[in-house]
Design a protein around this ligand. Sequence first.
Ligand code: GDP
Length: 478
Amino acid sequence: MYAVPVFSPADTIAVLATAPVRAAVGVVRLSGPRARQCARAILTLPRDLEPRRATVTRAARRREAPAGEEGPGPAARAIDRVVATFFPAPQSYTGEDVVEISAHGSVALLREILLSAIDAGARLAEPGEFTLRAFLNGRMDLVQAEAVADLVDAVTPLQARVAFDQLEGTLTRAIAALDGELFDLTARLEASVDFPDEGFHFIEAGDAARVARRVIGGIDALLATAARGRLVREGRQIAILGRPNVGKSSLFNWLVGADRAIVSSRPGTTRDMLTEAIDLDGIRLGLVDTAGIRSSEDEVEREAVSRGRRAAAVADLVLLVLDRSRPLDETDRALLRETAGAARIVVINKTDLAPAWSTESPDGLARIVEAGRAAAVSLKTGAGLEELRSAMRAALEAGDIPRDGPVVANARHEALLRAAREPMARALANLEAGGEQASEELVLADLSAARRCLEEVTGRRTSEDVLKRIFERFCVGK
Ligand code: GDP
């Protein structure tokens, strides 16, 4: 059992599990040894809640009678009709006694219920505390606990699918299988070391090497999913750049698929910065529209250039928009220069109008077009937009995510798998060099180092610091 100072498992915790916004229903959740007593104090039900049975009852707010007033002790006032469900330990989300109270989704009302819970001895839960308890009580491993946070954060269906697979234990099982092989190999090698007279009776060097190779292969297969997995989990930032009136807002709107930004024919009337998350084949793209450079003419270029530099620095992909119906000017050229080093697609817009320049002209555009880093489009007619989408997909390297297989989507997991691979490769080299007794000790040390990394992924061995860092990320109520 871990001792995490900020969380005391003896406490009964309460939290608003749903978002604090007006909604049809809101849920207050209690967990801990006194969850059922707290629920009794909140509810008007004359008996205890039955396990796993949704019960329609009332929530009441109990108050001491004001001083000077006659009355039989605390006065109770019903405040809502609710549905309460008791999940006894250990078959609950946290592994402790849990009570869920569904009330009408008024923030004021839910707050009253929460206050009643606190009056009855519960305390407000820390972010992630429910899931931390589930982890500490063995209801899920660390990979699954992290998947809960990812699932709640999922914006695209693909993000949700990858997080759910992880919650279902797909990655956990893959790592447990590798760890199991290493456990077995270690036991047999140790036996060989402990009983040297028997020589390599417990395992032949060739067999040991084969197992090590298989484990490395397994690690590599997992790591091969990491680039795409992280792309799906983390998403990417895209910046749209260009001088005023080239069609940045139109592009932004097309990508967002709704008229969110104001499109106007006067330069610089859009708001300064708009951000929006869109879904490109399951990849979450954060869009930054830097439209509307609201500066005087001579400041325009300077401003555009500095924006270009900043955007190229923070964005994973820059969409630089040019207007083909007007001659390229200094700002265009400066932006082309400033973003040359970034992952970039040049969007040549307004191809429905008579061209004022061609891509064969100087400015190095011919090279960009040839390299497939440009898309000629008309945001007015829609021409070329599917090609632009493909170019974006290619630039982000957004390929397919394997179905039903384990996916490594988390940087922490990836780093630990890489850390496990290193001693494994060393162990394999030693095994292949021959089964000398001296090197056996080294092999065992390396196998043990590799196992430590794998077990840190699932949380079988994890420091308090790591746990704290992981659970701090959670939203309140999870
Ligand atoms: P921004 O200032 O770069 O954000 O540009 P806007 O998206 O506001 O577009 C400026 C003007 O160009 C608007 O009147 C748009 O309707 C128009 N526009 C944008 N794309 C095209 C296009 O492909 N063809 C034509 N003909 N007009 C366009």
